[in-house]
Design a protein around this ligand. Sequence first.
Ligand code: HMG
Length: 384
Amino acid sequence: MNIGIDKIGFFTSDLFLDMAELATARNEDPNKYLIGIGQKKAAVIRNSQDSVTLAANAASKIIDDADRQKIDLILFGTESGVDNSKSGSVYLQHLLGINQSASGVELKQACFGLTAGIRLAMGHIMMKPDSRVLLVGSDIARYGLHSSGEVTQGGGAVAMIMSANPRIMTISKEYSHYTKDIMDFWRPLGFSEALVDGKYSSDEFIQFFLKTYNAYKDMTKLESSDFEALVFHLPFTKMGYKALRAGIEDETVEEQNRLFEAFDESKQLSQIVGNLYTGSLYLSLISLLINRELKQNDIIGLFSYGSGAEGEFFSGKINNYDKQSLIESLKWLDQRKQVTVKEYERIYLSAMLDSDDFETDYREDPAKFILKGQKNHQRIYGEH
Ligand code: HMG
């Protein structure tokens, strides 16, 4: 049975910050951010958006009434969850009007959460071939103001429906996985910003890629030349470039250029949105799907990395997807509004992460689903 991605959609904030302006405000050479890190813009997430509303906004772009009836499992990958007990999937199911026979669960392992969902969905669909599974990776990447991680912030959500006979991409049953208990990036309970050992995390990212990519090639007998593209989790786009460079250094120059060109097409969206954490790898995939001339049966390699750390490499075979409608579905990205560094800092500080009761600035937020506030520790969501 062919199982994979039948629909895919993306949502982020209507606001962005220009990375050259951030560099100037932080007394850095803009080329460090633009070239050294490889980021042009970062999404600025309003205080009226959290991982649940970002997920609902992404999923609402792809689900229709038939999906609302047929979805029987919701897998919610996040590391910016809003509750230590209740799963984001329950809020999502309600906000989207998905039938109440569907079950759901939240999955956490840093940026790996959504890929863990893919594995669970594969097994679920093998047992129930008629099912449609909704998967969402939704996060806000938040480091400290003035920290070296600040340039790698971002946020948003990718939603997918997985099923048998998928229209976009069939996912391989084979995958290679590597886990090692390390402290490269983490967010202790009660912290609203991540702690990170930046250089160490970057080195480990490359090592995890090499281990899983080589193991996958051994397992499947595929070679680099069999892949139309290799796409990456992109905490910042230079990270993927460095891992790719290390993985294909023994290939011919012609082969390297082909894969670098495909990588360039896959990094376009991350470069103007920033790190999405769980959704990031799948944003690279969307970027490839809209920017590259792909043919049916082209093989795409995907590398997922979640700090702490778990890495996984797997592949997908392209089906006959509707490229034009995917392009149309992302047109709204061109309408985003630029904010100044001052305005970004105000929004950053207005996130009411430690408050019990609060009201957000939701009236200014054009998104369909919004967080209005919180009362008695209970979130109040709304719809425009
Ligand atoms: P930094 O230490 O300030 O940067 O922060 P740097 O000094 O290393 O410079 C970066 C690059 O810019 C260097 O290039 C410089 O040479 C270059 P490289 O040596 O790396 O090739 N540069 C310039 N280039 C052009 N013109 C110039 C110029 N000046 C310097 N004028 C760091 C960088 C990534 C450490 C920081 O941003 C950080 O800590 N980020 C967060 C951590 C992170 O994203 N790690 C990635 C791997 S871990 C991961 O992917 C998991 C994650 O998504 C979380 C999860 O799983 O949940 C993060």
